[in-house]
Write a protein that binds this ligand. Structure first.
Ligand SMILES: [Fe+2]
Length: 419
């Protein structure tokens, strides 16, 4: 049982008079935005039930409770509506694969928890104290389980970070990416966890770089850039002194900025001098860095980022590691903007069993240049009828920030859910 005052119930059990605390799922999974409201309008109830939202949190202190909770009710009738999930034995459901919505909810909590662990470790490093790695190992295990349940939920979520939390959530994102990539490369589970730990710790040397340089909105001058370029060496020194990590983690920390053509740093290693794990670290590090908003530039769209990275293969990045990476994320990663054969724009919200046919959310007509009612399509089930014809740049359509656009779209519709 939980101490939370809220109840999680199925959408089918929602009635007028309930106070909706939260529509479960992230913005990519429902057409509404920030739901806290008393449900009074039958039209809103209809829209909620027709949406892709399957569960909501209600606050029984501010509105009606589901009938099953009315213990004092004199009528001994069995509830005609589904039992609230919060009151079920969850053992059976937890054993099954969760939906993306459910996974994103737990990934959100995991992200927040991981960020705190990374912040504490990095703070120790900044203050010159011994870094406690046991907490990081426990975090890697939790992240590994999340990635196993759903390979892209945590990765998609960790991509959406503010400039202030970049360094910490970047570590969490690279950890999840390294785990996913290591499994894609069929490495044994012990190495998978080591790769995850390497991802979590690879940038710990950034704590030796002044925050004013790390968060500088403009271009770095030569002295500042030289300072940043010291972070792999400083990080590996910190980890080596702590004596709590193995050679693999030290190698990734020291060499994740090396490039195949020898133009990287700190040692200018080339070709075979760069280990498999350092090559993996480079791919994961760059992907998360270029897809995230930074103080000096907004993040690129995930699919566009993969396309640009493909041009860096051979010179900077390892081609076969990069191909495995694409298989982890899908050719059209979650969050990518795509154009469909039917002249509609959609955002990729989940992968399917087929790399080229993800699950998308349609929201815009390229013919009328107007928003459309949001529609969820599993393209793997629509073969021959609908398909992706191109990846689209959000900038080209004026969607510099797709999440903000989504919010605006709901506001323009005058949704009561937007409160
Ligand atoms: Fe780095």
């Amino acid at each position: 049982m939980t101490d939370s005052p809220y109840l999680r119930i199925q959408v089918e059990a929602v009635t007028l008079g309930m106070f909706i605390q939260e529509l479960c799922g992230s913005w990519v999974n429902h057409p509404f935005w920030r739901a806290h409201f008393l449900l009074e309008d039958p039209e809103d109830l209809r829209r909620l039930k027709e949406s892709s939202v399957r569960e909501v949190l209600i606050d029984p202190r501010r509105g009606l409770s589901p009938p099953v909770l009315k213990q004092s009710d004199s009528k001994p009738e069995a509830p005609s509506q589904p039992c609230p999930a919060a009151h079920r034995n969850t053992a059976a459901s937890s054993a099954t694969r969760r939906s993306l919505e459910q996974e994103i909810e737990s990934a959100r909590q995991l992200c927040s928890k991981s960020k705190k662990v990374v912040m504490a470790m990095f703070q120790d490093a900044r203050l010159g104290r011994a870094v406690e790695v046991e907490g990081a190992r426990a975090m890697v295990n939790e992240i590994a389980v999340s990635v196993e349940r759903h390979p892209t939920a945590l990765i998609s979520l960790a991509r959406l970070k503010t400039a202030d939390e970049y360094t910490y959530l970047h570590s969490v994102a690279v950890c999840a990416l390294m785990i996913s990539l290591a499994r894609q490369l069929n490495l044994d589970e012990g190495l998978v966890r080591e790769a995850g730990l390497a991802g979590l710790l690879h940038d710990i040397g950034k704590m030796c770089v002044p925050m004013s340089i790390l968060n500088k909105p403009g271009r770095l001058d030569d002295a500042e850039f030289a300072c940043v370029r010291e972070h792999p060496s400083r990080g590996s020194d910190i980890l080596r002194e702590g004596r709590q990590v193995g050679a693999l983690v030290l190698d990734v920390c020291l060499h994740h900025h090396e490039k195949l053509d020898g133009s990287g740093y700190p040692h200018g290693l080339a070709g075979e001098q760069i280990s498999l794990f350092a090559r993996m670290g480079a791919v994961c590090d760059i992907y998360d860095a270029i897809t995230s908003d930074r103080p000096y530039k907004p993040g690129w769209d995930p699919a566009e980022s993969l396309q640009r990275m493909s041009r860096w293969c051979g010179d900077h990045l390892d081609e076969s590691v990069f191909q495995a990476f694409i298989h982890c994320l899908g050719i059209y990663p979650i969050g990518a903007l795509v154009r469909l054969q039917s002249d509609r724009l959609a955002v990729v919200v989940d992968q399917s069993t087929e790399l080229l046919l993800p699950v998308v959310k349609v929201f815009y007509s390229t013919r009328t240049k107007a928003a459309l009612p949001v529609e969820l399509l599993d393209l793997s089930k629509l073969k021959g009828r609908e398909r992706i014809v191109s990846r689209e740049s959000p900038d080209r359509w004026g969607f510099q920030n797709l999440e903000a656009f989504w919010c605006e779209l709901n506001r323009r519709r005058g949704s009561l859910f937007d409160r």
